[in-house]
Design a protein around this ligand. Structure first.
Ligand SMILES: CCCCC/C=C\C/C=C\C/C=C\C/C=C\CCCC(=O)SCCNC(=O)CCNC(=O)[C@H](O)C(C)(C)COP(=O)(O)OP(=O)(O)OC[C@H]1O[C@@H](n2cnc3c(N)ncnc32)[C@H](O)[C@@H]1OP(=O)(O)O
Length: 212
């Protein structure tokens, strides 16, 4: 079997380069004819991804699902061009995530798109459920945008499970500047449900651990 760590490293390296490319594209003032030529080059590059293409519900071989790694997650995945990516650490008071967003994640000029903050919090809050042994799906997310989130600013995101009632979990979350953690930029309250085994089997047919 191919070395998994080596493959994860390669996936992360490719992700890093793609992220950098996305940021360059979002900021470039390159002449129009060069853009046209570059589109053709990117298309040729894409044709070099050979080999089997993963099925829709197939879990990537580099992942650990549902408790571990999601390498192509648009929030935390080191293999994703779209992810900041969010780095997660477990603390006594829940999970803490660190990242900085880029111009590619912009909504209002100079500030993050609100959907980015919502996505990052949603994911971190989901991982907070998994950290309690209950991998769960979001059923409701209430996001309060208190201050705009500047891009290129180191951020701290927090997620804490506030209640567990059977398979239903409530979680709170926030986004703050790393150097000014008292200032809440975004606050969120979420409700999650951990699917029971039958539901998990039908929702995630590619997750071998759940199959008979
Ligand atoms: C051992 C199983 C493990 C399975 C793995 C699960 C998840 C793994 C996922 C990720 C990996 C881990 C870390 C997380 C990382 C990222 C997080 C990303 C978060 C997301 O990006 S996630 C995408 C958006 N999210 C959805 O796509 C959910 C759509 N949704 C559904 O697919 C169903 O909703 C489901 C399956 C969640 C529950 O369905 P179900 O059949 O298992 O549950 P059931 O109906 O029995 O409800 C039980 C109690 O929850 C109440 N309840 C249920 N659903 C409700 C709703 N929608 N609104 C209000 N209350 C609701 C009922 O009222 C009842 O309450 P009561 O008991 O008091 O009556």
């Amino acid at each position: 079997m191919e070395d998994l760590e080596l493959r994860r490293k390669a996936v992360a390296e490719l992700g890093r380069e793609l992220r950098s490319l996305m940021e360059t594209v979002a900021r470039t003032e390159t002449p129009t004819e060069d853009l046209q030529e570059l589109a053709g080059e990117v298309q040729r590059l894409e044709a070099r991804f050979t080999g089997r293409r993963r099925e829709r519900s197939e879990i990537p071989g580099v992942d650990v699902f549902p408790f571990g790694l999601r390498m192509y997650s648009p929030a935390t995945g080191h293999g994703s061009a779209f992810a900041p990516p969010l780095e997660i650490e477990e603390t006594e008071d829940g999970l803490v995530g660190r990242c900085a967003l880029g111009v590619a994640h912009e909504g209002p000029p100079g500030y993050a798109h609100g959907g980015m903050s919502a996505m990052l919090l949603d994911e971190l809050m989901g991982w907070a459920c998994a950290a309690k042994g209950l991998p769960a799906m979001t059923i409701a997310l209430d996001v309060r945008y208190q201050r705009p989130v500047p891009v290129e600013m180191p951020l701290l995101l927090r997620a804490r499970v506030t209640g567990i009632e059977g398979r239903k979990i409530t979680v709170s979350g926030s986004v703050v500047p790393e150097d000014d953690p008292q200032t809440i930029l975004v606050a969120a309250e979420g409700r999650f449900v951990a699917p029971d085994l039958d539901r998990a089997r039908s929702l995630f047919p590619g997750a071998k651990g759940y199959q008979n």
